[in-house]
Design a binder for this molecule. Structure first.
Ligand SMILES: [Zn+2]
Length: 123
């Protein structure tokens, strides 16, 4: 009985409840951030990826094809020149899809490349 105590109601309740991890930012929260703040967050979360703020034309996002999701992130990959697949060379996505695109770019990055994966973010 080291982990419980009798409450005023007479029930046993945990003294030290299992701590829960802080909630991850939701996609909606990503969408509401100003570009500079979103760029700073991606920089913190994605070491080795250079994130800057830029102007990007708002087109419908072809990655999710969701109504209302427009392109606000541009990703420049560094794939091997002779990659036989369809590596990510450059892509424009909405903020919901950008992490998926960045992940793909990082996986496909040419190990001999001396350039970083670059990401541009707009409002
Ligand atoms: Zn999208």
């Amino acid at each position: 009985m080291t982990n419980t105590q009798v409450t005023a109601r007479g029930w046993f309740e945990p003294v030290n409840p299992v701590p829960t991890a802080p909630p991850e930012p939701t996609p909606l929260y990503d969408e509401l951030m100003p570009a500079a703040e979103f760029a700073a967050m991606l920089t913190r979360q994605l070491p080795g990826v250079v994130v800057t703020v830029a102007e990007i034309d708002h087109e419908n996002c072809s990655w999710c094809a969701t109504d209302g999701q427009v392109t606000t992130v541009r990703i420049y990959g560094q794939p091997e020149a002779n990659d036989p697949g369809w590596p990510l060379d450059s892509a424009e996505t909405c903020r919901r899809c950008c992490r998926r695109a960045i992940k793909q770019a990082r996986i496909e990055q040419d190990l001999n490349s001396d350039r970083d994966i670059r990401v541009e973010v707009s409002n």
